[in-house]
Design a protein around this ligand. Structure first.
Ligand code: PBG
Length: 332
């Protein structure tokens, strides 16, 4: 591209002309609102590390869920905190599991709302890792590895059970090899050809997930996720991860976190051309909240600027804890 030489400043001279030439404009339909669901009734528990966010019981979620659609936010993503955790994450695929019940509740309360189900096991396993693990010795310090094949069995069962409950989009987040292909086959085999797969294709091993682990009660009880999540220094590796998921049949790709990985997001969008999402994760949200609470930054302006930047970099939509607030701000 060759660039004209006139002064760009003319195009900033008034609010009207700035709006006319603005390249990236946020709308509420860019956002997906995350919800954390816990057992019980009448529960709406504040999450300490994420001011303004709550863990809802299913009945409370049913009351809150219609807000998204009324603000023009088309989709929600659901994270479950099950009653009991075990080594095999059985709560993830139980027909009356927490996410299954939450999905039904959202669909009943707000049929037009798209339900995305997070498909991962760290909230369901007693050890807090994202799949079935094989320990290398008797002690935690001896190390472990994820058992890929066993984890894939769980992935298939869980995807089908989420689709049965009414999920429109399943979002596998464990970065297990072969995950997307396994899910596509399982969904098609069970008659859910129209359920889409949003793959957390490019997921970094990130300190920005800190507050989420409190919210979802899912910190690993030993070890960390560096063996199955990506090194923040690597961008090309992200391309290879995304390419695998595209080949396996992902309908949409996700890059996570958002703001610290704009270069990766931009490259994924350009290279693959699939609908591409960014997950603006808990740490991104909590940093804005904490600084705003201290009067150091303006929450509304900072959040909208972050989201605009992420969209500008190539995101077709953003999962963000600011979804409802941002939709309100845009409408105001
Ligand atoms: C895993 C999962 C995580 C997040 C979303 N899904 C945590 C992790 O990978 O450790 C983090 C999202 C956030 O920080 O908001 N199920």
């Amino acid at each position: 591209m060759s660039f004209p030489t006139h002064r760009p400043r003319r195009l900033r001279a008034s609010a009207g002309i700035r709006a006319l030439v603005r390249e990236t404009v946020l709308t509420p339909s860019d956002f997906v609102m995350p919800y954390f669901i816990r057992p019980g009734k009448g529960e709406k528990r504040p999450i300490g590390s994420m001011p303004g966010q709550f863990q809802y019981s299913v009945d409370e979620l049913a009351k809150t869920a219609p807000e998204a659609a009324s603000l023009g936010v088309p989709a929600v993503i659901l994270f479950g905190i099950p009653d009991k955790k075990d080594e095999h994450a059985s709560g993830a695929y139980a027909p009356k599991g927490i996410v299954q019940e939450a999905t039904k509740a959202v669909k009943d309360a707000s049929p037009e709302t798209l339900v995305i189900t997070d498909l991962c096991f760290c909230e369901y396993t007693s050890h807090g890792h994202c799949g079935v693990i094989r320990r290398k010795g008797a002690r935690d310090e001896d190390g472990f590895e994820l058992d890929n094949d066993e984890t894939l069995d769980l992935v298939a069962k869980t995807a089908v059970s989420q689709a049965k409950a009414g999920a429109d989009i399943v979002a596998p987040s464990g970065m297990t090899d072969g995950m997307v292909k396994t899910i596509r086959q399982a969904l098609d085999g069970a008659g859910f050809q129209n359920v889409s797969i949003l793959s957390y294709a490019v997921k970094y091993s990130s300190a920005f997930y800190g507050p989420f682990r409190e919210a979802a009660e899912s910190p690993p009880s030993f070890g960390d996720r560096t063996t199955y999540q990506m090194d923040p220094g690597n961008a090309l590796e992200g391309m290879r991860e995304a390419a695998l998921d595209v080949e396996e049949g992902a309908d949409m790709l996700m890059v996570k976190p958002g703001l610290p990985y704009l270069d990766v997001l931009s490259a994924v969008k350009r290279r693959f051309g699939l609908p591409t999402a960014a997950y603006c994760v808990s740490g991104e949200y909590s940093m804005i909240k904490a600084a705003a609470a201290n009067g150091w930054i303006d929450e509304r302006k900072t959040a909208l600027e972050s989201l605009t930047s992420i969209k500008r970099a190539g995101a077709d939509f953003m999962i963000t804890y600011h979804a409802l607030d941002a939709a309100r701000w845009l409408g105001a």
